[in-house]
Design a protein around this ligand. Structure first.
Ligand SMILES: [Zn+2]
Length: 474
């Protein structure tokens, strides 16, 4: 960190890309926060950005170092360093880029910086700024203006961006979070990862890791206080740019702390992670369960995202035979805790669940057949209503007065908020009741060896990648 007099040349603004870049620059400079970055720190970071970019731009197409060029191309497709006709002489290219991060000449004409408002003398074309290039961009230039005024700190930040974001060969993801500590941890992790991509290429990283997992770990690192996060993923392609925004609810840090601090919940979450692990034909992990489970806590703006409840429900309904009574109980508990903590639901489904469990246990025919019947209608409001009426009548007829009536199950069947979630929780409750009563409904016996393997895996910590860390893979 430089002398106090030179500070204040870098600010983290509320623009998500500038902000991610400012955190990256702070990490690269070894500073705790962006506002502690001094002029000489900025010099060093700028020099490193240029050196890394030039090395990548002249690398052979099959060299690992070329992967960093792909990252730059995805963010700045029209910049000098990514241009198809660029020189392949590293020194010439470095000289061409040297002016990018030159100090602002404050004695001439200046304008307020587009991002932070500081006096800026440089006008940057859209080609230098990610997501500024097309109709779908976040910003457009006012008519008659030659370029965007961008101060030196923000110019460095906008090119430190790929270091602070979770990048792939074609996209980048940045984090905005109410807790700065989490933003810093996310940037720290990605700066390390960027270094690895430059040296070993993307194949040097394990497949299947995800930015959502890095975010959850960062949230765990800053404590259980309520805070919201937003992930912005984008591609700045000339033809088909896109931006995808996902968010977590503010109660997520508290929920994570509860999961970690409570053995049945932790076990339930691990079961979820294990069930979501996917392997390719050779047995290598293609999708890490921990990363896939982390995604379930992020909600897409367009509503097209899976949720923890939906996934647990799917596991209970589709893979029923593979769960031990303890598994079922832990998964059901996880679902209820999620509903209560994250969705704010407070429902007592036991009376209705008892009606269905009684009917499955004592009705005519086999319990297995009746469970299959319930499973097939469990999420349908109309069909579940018919089944409940049938079960209710049957129990009366058999001289077992039912524990609940139509008034109790009405909230589950109406077209109102959370009715669908209640039906999913009802299924978890029924499954748990049946197991507690020892009603034999398993369709296939659980393989003992498989069971033992699962028991070993389920004891591992949550939010960890299954094999090794992503960056320890190579
Ligand atoms: Zn600025």
């Amino acid at each position: 960190m430089s002398a106090a007099v030179a500070l204040g040349c870098l600010r983290a603004t509320s623009h998500p890309l500038q902000r991610a870049g400012a955190w990256a620059a702070a990490v690269m400079a070894g500073c705790e926060r962006p506002d502690q970055v001094g002029v000489s720190d900025l010099d060093e970071v700028a020099a490193r950005i240029v050196a890394d970019a030039c090395r990548a731009a002249v690398a052979a197409k099959d060299a690992p170092a070329y992967d960093w060029w792909k990252v730059l191309f995805a963010l700045y497709p029209n910049a000098k360093v990514t241009h198809a006709g660029r020189t392949r002489d590293e020194d010439v290219l470095r000289a061409a880029l040297a002016g990018m991060f030159a100090p602002d000449a404050l004695d001439g004409g200046t304008w307020p910086c587009t991002f932070c408002g500081t006096d800026a003398s440089a006008l940057w074309a859209k080609s230098m700024l990610p997501m500024f290039d097309t109709n779908k961009a976040l910003n457009t230039l006012p008519p008659g203006v030659a370029g965007w005024p961008v101060c030196r700190g923000c110019r460095v930040a906008m090119w430190a961006l790929p270091y602070g974001s979770w990048v792939t060969a074609g996209s980048a993801t940045v984090l905005s979070c109410e807790r700065e500590g989490a933003e810093r941890q996310f940037a720290e992790r990605n700066v390390q990862r960027a270094r690895r991509i430059m040296h070993a290429g993307f194949t040097g990283l394990a497949a299947g890791a995800r930015p959502e997992l890095v975010v959850l770990r960062a949230l765990r690192g800053v404590g259980p206080e309520l805070c919201a996060t937003t992930l912005w993923s984008f591609k700045n392609d000339n033809q088909d740019p896109w931006l995808r925004v996902t968010r977590t609810r503010r109660a997520i840090p508290r929920f994570l702390a509860m999961v970690e601090g409570n053995a049945p919940l932790r076990r339930g979450w691990r079961l979820l992670e294990l069930a979501l692990t996917q392997r390719d034909k050779s047995g290598k992990v293609a999708a890490h369960g921990a990363a896939e489970a982390a995604r379930l806590l992020f909600e897409a703006e367009d509503g097209r995202s899976r949720s923890v409840l939906r996934q647990v429900n799917y596991l209970l309904r589709e893979a029923e035979g593979t769960w031990s009574p303890r598994d079922l109980s832990d998964l059901a508990r996880l679902a209820f805790t999620y509903a209560e903590e994250i969705l704010g639901m407070d429902v007592d489904l036991m009376p209705v669940a008892t009606v269905i469990a009684d009917w499955i246990e004592h009705g005519s025919g086999s319990p297995r057949g009746r469970l299959a019947e319930y499973r097939s209608v469990a999420l349908s409001d109309y069909k579940l209503g018919l089944l409940l009426v049938q079960a209710h009548g049957r129990l009366w007829f058999d001289g077992r007065p039912p524990q609940a009536g139509p008034e109790d199950w009405k909230p589950l069947l109406q077209q109102r908020s959370r009715a669908w979630e209640q039906r999913m929780l009802l299924f978890a409750s029924v499954s748990k009741l049946l197991v507690e009563r020892g009603v034999a409904v398993n369709e296939k016996p659980v393989d003992a060896q498989e069971r033992e393997r699962t028991e070993r895996l389920v004891e591992l910590p949550v939010l960890a990648l299954d094999d090794d860390d992503e960056m320890g893979a190579a």
